[in-house]
Design a protein around this ligand. Structure first.
Ligand code: SF4
Length: 436
């Protein structure tokens, strides 16, 4: 995927207009695919679904879920548990690889990206990470240029561990920094002070991993301009390959919700502030040589292509491994059990695992939405009957300054369109669904 910004001559950000294109900002790609729900058919077992299917040569991804965190962040409600994994968890993952590659469709596929997510994958010990990486290479056909990403907290990754996993093929690391500001770190429940975090990233970067990036959270309660400026200054100094930018979502039941649930309310004033912070990040990022790769990601294009997410959004299969891992194989959505006991039991007969099947045009619409995540609206991805109405809707979005036409039936998202990208994707997908 080409970064959106290569088509954007000018990223100068328009002033916020109170004439909101949508009443609420959708901040997650899960919101964008909601309109496709009627295309989910029902459950089937993995064995039945993959029986008689043969693998094609399109590259796939593997997602490994490590659902452990030493400390729970104050904003988090994800699929994870407190603590660190014992070696038994690595044993289970390797058993799962052995079991799942007995299915020809899985065994014969070509895998171009592996992603360790969580939770906090770096809570695994170095020997366990090494064992898992070696087992991946032993069980799957990985491409020569496979991208292997590890998400990591700062406190669980030291130089020795990073050196060891780089030697085993990890070539992309995403650090869960969130902010370098002390008040922000405390508020979000991150370990360590900002100066320590910055110094730690500097030391990891010195090991020569070119594709080292981080997560940045913005629009947290009472975030000042100075706090954001400190983060942008650190990103500039640390020579990162890219960074993800997430507007803080305060979910019910998270620690932060106790005190700051009203921060989740969206009003013209809060959206204006969110837009202001977002604009500053995009402008500073562009000045530093980053380009927008997808709705929540800026990269240096010669250093980070984020192949894992590109494969997913292009509709490629994603094999889920680990407790609580989600993925998709041959059009079937899968979610492994999160409890360790249930996960271990499910390995006894992996072909009995159940998933949700989908029916056409789910795949085509999913890829259409995936391209929007990368800043492009491409009508040729849609079934023919949906094109006319979506074309008309796109004209309205051009008038609302969310899209720019770049050719026949092709548009790119403006910076404002990137801000409202999940709304726009849900609107166009909903419009396409009406024409079935
Ligand atoms: S590291 Fe990630 S998964 Fe773990 S508690 Fe923090 S936000 Fe949640």
């Amino acid at each position: 995927m080409t970064p959106i910004a290569t088509d954007m001559p000018d990223l100068s950000m328009p002033a916020f207009s109170e004439d909101l294109p949508y009443p609420r900002r959708k901040r997650s790609h899960h919101d964008a695919i909601m309109p496709l729900q009627p295309l989910c058919e029902g459950t089937a077992t993995l064995g039945d679904h993959l029986l008689n299917r043969t693998a094609d040569s399109r590259p796939r991804a593997i997602y490994l879920h490590i659902p452990f965190c030493r400390r729970i962040c104050h904003f988090c409600n994800m699929r994870r548990m407190k603590g660190s994994p014992e070696s038994r968890y690595a044993d289970l993952l390797i058993r799962e690889m052995e079991a799942v590659t007995r299915i020809p469709y899985v065994r014969d596929g070509i895998y171009g990206a592996v992603y360790f997510g969580g939770g906090t994958p770096s809570t695994l010990s170095t020997p366990d990470l090494q064992r898992i990486l070696r087992a991946l290479k032993a069980h799957f056909h990985l491409t020569d240029d496979v991208e292997i990403t590890l998400e990591s907290s700062l406190s669980d990754l030291d130089e020795d561990k990073l050196r060891a996993i780089m030697a085993e093929g990890v070539n992309r690391v995403s650090l869960g920094v969130q902010t370098f500001h002390d008040r922000g770190r405390q508020l979000l429940g991150r370990l360590g002070e900002g100066a320590w975090a910055r110094d730690h990233v500097r030391r990891l970067r010195a090991l020569g991993l070119d594709n080292l990036g981080m997560d940045l959270i913005y629009h947290y309660p009472l975030q000042s301009d100075g706090e954001l400026a400190l983060d942008l200054d650190a990103i500039a100094e640390l020579d990162l390959a890219g960074f993800s930018l997430y507007s803080l979502m305060i979910r019910e039941k998270s620690h932060l919700a106790r005190e700051y649930m009203t921060h989740a309310d969206q009003t013209p004033q809060t959206l204006a502030r969110e837009w202001q912070l977002f604009s500053r990040i995009l402008e500073a990022g562009q000045r530093q040589g980053f380009e927008i790769l997808e709705l929540t990601k800026m990269v240096r294009p010669d250093r980070d292509r984020y192949r894992y997410v590109a494969l997913r959004y292009q509709g490629g299969d994603t094999l889920p491994l680990g407790a609580g891992a989600g993925g998709r194989l041959a059009g079937m959505m899968l979610m492994n059990p999160l409890s360790l006991e249930a996960y271990a039991r499910s390995l006894e007969k992996i072909t009995d695992r159940e998933g949700m099947t989908t029916r056409p045009p789910y795949d085509a619409l999913y890829r259409f939405i995936g391209a929007i995540q990368f800043g492009r609206v491409e009508l040729e991805r849609l079934p023919e009957p949906a094109r006319d109405p979506v074309r008309r809707r796109c004209r309205q979005l051009v008038e609302r300054h969310l899209l720019t036409p770049v050719g026949e039936d092709r548009h790119i998202l403006t910076p404002k369109g990137v801000f409202w990208g999940n709304n726009l994707a849900a609107e166009l997908a909903g419009c396409a669904m009406e024409q079935r």
